[in-house]
Design a protein around this ligand. Structure first.
Ligand SMILES: [Zn+2]
Length: 371
């Protein structure tokens, strides 16, 4: 990536971590600026479910790290892949619920925080992003920003490194037999074709706007429904080769499943090559994310967390934590930045700052959830 200059604001003196949370927004933004400038364009961002709450995507875990819906029992990896009649039933249950639960996730729009994070990437302040979210909203926000930069001789002036989706993405599915990948929208169409009764149910939900409760993995809550009639389409490539592989799963990491080794290595390499880590909107409840923070601390790299509620990293004394909504601090910072800087990226960001859409979750229960 070619960078000529990194936009800056005046630096502020260092502060003890305990004082960070109490900072008024303007000072918090100034603190973030100092942090980013010190990172010299090698800050890595790690984000979590807290960033997507404003897009109507429910977080699994509430403030105390419990499931925000106590009745929700996620399907486990070993259940989904079991090559038995029991496994077959689990897959029917999963895909039937996921078929109905996917459209709201597919249609979800990036919220302001996604746009702000994309701005930090685009400005070269923190080009690399690792997310625990599987909702595809960071990539959508990044496209929004990139598309608003005028093309220069038919080429976009800047590229942004790919986003590392630690727990995968709902936008794709693959078969377990040969890892044949397929866009989720395509598989969704196959599901609809083979299950007209369920398709009718899905269309009804679209018409009435009354959607079943959706969990962040695109699974929905249904009671009194018989899943045994649901048909799970096989992998089309395997089928074309004469096999009848039934085990197709979304490209997301299930409970009880290990991370994709390539993605795990990419994330660890990014931390190894980073100058520092900015953690946004996550309680770091999953070990795969917490491990990255631990690695940064062990490598004596500065870590700044901006998130609300307790986190797994609170016991690490080398981690600076600002107990604030990440979007509020980022907005205050970017408002100041676009006032004092110019250039095509800054102009694009100024145009996009208000493009994020806040969508309330379908049902509100208890305190704001953070993942
Ligand atoms: Zn296949």
């Amino acid at each position: 990536m070619v960078r000529i200059s990194i936009p800056t604001l005046p630096l502020t003196p260092p502060l003890p971590p305990s004082a960070l949370t109490k900072l008024p927004l303007k000072e918090a933004a100034a603190y973030l600026n100092t942090f980013l400038v010190k990172g010299k364009g090698k800050t890595v961002i790690l984000s979590g479910a807290g960033v997507s709450v404003d897009s109507g995507i429910r977080a699994y875990r509430g403030k105390e790290g419990h499931y925000s819906n106590p009745n929700y029992k996620p399907i486990l990896y070993h259940e989904l892949v079991e090559e038995t009649p029991r496994g077959e039933m689990f897959r029917k249950r999963y895909w039937a619920r996921s078929f109905l639960g996917y459209p709201p996730v597919r249609d979800a729009r990036p919220n302001p925080t996604h746009v702000y994070v994309a701005a930090l990437q685009l400005l070269g302040l923190a080009p690399n992003l690792i997310t625990q979210n599987v909702d595809n909203l960071h990539p959508k926000a990044r496209s929004l920003l990139l598309e608003s930069i005028p093309r220069n001789g038919g080429r976009r002036p800047h590229t942004v490194p790919p986003i590392v989706e630690l727990h995968g993405t709902l936008a794709k599915v693959h078969c377990l037999h040969a890892k044949h990948e397929q866009p989720r929208d395509e598989y969704q169409a196959q599901l609809a074709k083979m299950n007209p009764v369920w398709e009718e149910m899905a269309l009804e939900a679209e018409r009435t706007g009354v959607r079943p409760r959706t969990n962040p993995d695109g699974d929905v809550e249904l009671s009194g429904v018989d899943f045994s009639s649901f048909t799970v389409p096989p992998c089309t490539i395997c089928e074309g080769e004469g096999r009848k592989e039934r085990v197709v799963k979304p490209n997301v990491v299930f409970f009880g499943e290990t991370l994709n080794p390539k993605v795990k290595d990419e994330s660890l390499d990014l931390i190894a090559n980073a100058s520092q880590l900015l953690v946004l909107g996550t309680s770091l409840a999953t070990y795969s994310a917490y491990r990255l923070v631990k690695q940064a601390v062990e490598e004596e790299k500065p870590v700044l967390m901006i998130t609300t509620g307790p986190t797994r990293a609170d016991k690490l004394d080398k981690v600076d934590k600002m107990d604030k909504r990440a979007g509020d601090v980022l907005r205050a910072y970017l408002d100041e930045l676009v006032k004092t800087n110019t250039g095509p990226e800054v102009e694009a960001i100024r145009r996009c700052l208000d493009m994020g859409i806040v969508t309330p979750p379908p049902e509100v229960e208890g305190p704001r959830a953070e993942g």
